[in-house]
Design a protein around this ligand. Structure first.
Ligand SMILES: NC(=O)c1ccc[n+]([C@@H]2O[C@H](COP(=O)([O-])OP(=O)(O)OC[C@H]3O[C@@H](n4cnc5c(N)ncnc54)[C@H](OP(=O)(O)O)[C@@H]3O)[C@@H](O)[C@H]2O)c1
Length: 389
């Protein structure tokens, strides 16, 4: 029962929070022709953009805003005015804040022109359809924030942007978690198509991030590692030596999105890190270098033992079995070829920890003292493992 609950919660959190084209023709032309064209292309690229973010106040949005403002762009957000950012709060004074509801009130979007619309809050196909239709003649580019969830069920590996994805949910799925995963992937895939239908392929950018991690993450699904590794001692590392992991710093996604728009690079892209394949053990080893505390890593590679102890995931590790086999086997070659870069994991983990420490104690305790969490059960699991192996 407990297992079901924790797994369900994981899937819900994952879903609700969001578990190549060559260089644009402008830039290519500039490379191949004379100086005049080159100069024009550069002027075009360095143009200050008017950006509208549908959403913008939760996790990805504030990082997009910080980067966009630092590049001299202007930003408007469109939200219900309910969600409060926990990062870059001071920047929101410099942002035009439009209020409405994607469900039933787009009045605030009926006037105005933008160079770029970023659809972060697209969690409903109709929402994306309506906003893309409404804005298609008053905005140049539409960037839809999708997800690698479009590849669910992850029965294969090496998912590329042209891999066929499900457009309808299968019937007769009994398992509630699976239903949600199917719904999310199909919703994202159809929303991508609505954006493309309204703006056309030449004016649409579709970005499919894997797990985004970084300061401001409200899901508490990655904070385990910074909190745990800061303490040191015997650290449980779930998974087999060959289990791959994928994740990406939210800032690497946010900043790359803005650069794609600046350079007018359109198309569909997986936003997946790290740059090179990485195992779970390699991930923990590298992440632990962010802290002075000494950690002794104890690998638990027996799936049956892990299941018996309700450790089915510890993001970025997801037990790679069945429909999750390929969830960390998504191809990032096209994104890298089109400018996606990755900051060092040590920096990511260290800065997440600093942000976490800046939050009120009460908020941190919701995670750090949560009964039955892996953090609270780790010592017990390690003791059992010592007797079991
Ligand atoms: N987190 C991940 O690891 C991950 C991975 C892959 C994909 N994704 C995707 O990334 C996207 C970014 O998520 P985020 O939360 O970081 O984005 P965000 O833009 O920072 O925040 C979401 C925004 O949506 C607004 N919103 C919610 N319901 C609304 C409504 N009915 N009308 C208008 N605005 C509404 C919220 O403000 P109000 O509440 O004030 O309205 C909030 O500003 C999502 O589409 C998610 O599916 C996330």
């Amino acid at each position: 029962m407990k297992k079901e609950n924790s797994r369900r919660k994981f899937v819900r959190n994952g879903v609700l929070f969001g578990l190549g084209l060559p260089l644009s023709s402008t830039i290519l032309t500039a490379c191949l022709t004379g100086n005049k064209e080159k100069k024009e292309a550069q002027d075009e690229t360095s143009k200050k953009l008017k950006i509208l973010i549908l959403g913008g106040t939760s996790f990805l949005g504030p990082h997009q805003i910080a980067y966009a403002l630092s590049r001299g762009h202007q930003v408007s957000t469109f939200t219900r005015g309910k969600t409060e950012p926990t990062i870059h709060v001071e920047l929101f004074d410099k942002v035009e804040q439009l209020i409405g509801d994607r469900e039933n009130d787009l009045t605030a979007l009926e006037n105005g022109q933008w160079d770029l619309v970023i659809d972060n809050s697209g969690r409903n196909v109709e929402w994306t359809k309506k906003s893309a239709e409404l804005l298609k003649d008053r905005a140049s580019l539409y960037l839809y924030t999708s997800s690698t969830g479009v590849y669910y069920p992850y029965m294969n590996e090496n998912f590329k942007e042209d891999t066929e994805v499900l457009m309808t949910e299968p019937e007769n799925i009994e398992d509630e978690d699976e239903k949600i995963e199917y719904w999310y992937g199909v919703m994202k895939a159809n929303s991508e198509q609505e954006a493309i239908k309204a703006f056309g392929k030449d004016r649409s950018i579709i970005v499919r991030p894997t797990y985004m991690v970084g300061p401001g993450d409200k899901t508490d699904r990655f904070i385990y590692w910074p909190v745990r590794l800061a303490k040191g001692g015997e650290v449980m590392v779930p998974g087999k030596t060959t289990d791959p992991v994928q994740y990406i710093d939210v800032r690497d996604v946010a900043e790359w999105m803005i650069r794609l728009a600046e350079e007018k690079i359109t198309g569909t892209f997986n936003a997946v890190g790290p740059e090179k394949p990485q195992s779970m053990m390699e991930f923990v080893e590298e992440a632990s270098t962010a802290f002075e505390a000494e950690s002794t890593l104890v690998q638990i590679d027996d799936y049956e033992f892990l299941k018996a102890n309700q450790v089915l995931y510890l993001v970025p590790w997801i037990m790679p079995e069945g429909k999750n086999y390929g969830s960390s086997r998504v191809d990032n070659e096209k994104a890298i070829r089109n400018g996606l870069t990755f900051r060092p994991l040590k920096e990511t983990v260290g800065e997440i920890y600093d942000w976490w420490e800046s939050l009120p104690e009460e908020r941190r305790n919701q995670f750090e003292e949560k009964p039955d969490s892996v953090l609270m059960r780790e010592t017990d699991i390690l003791e059992k493992w010592a007797l079991y192996k």
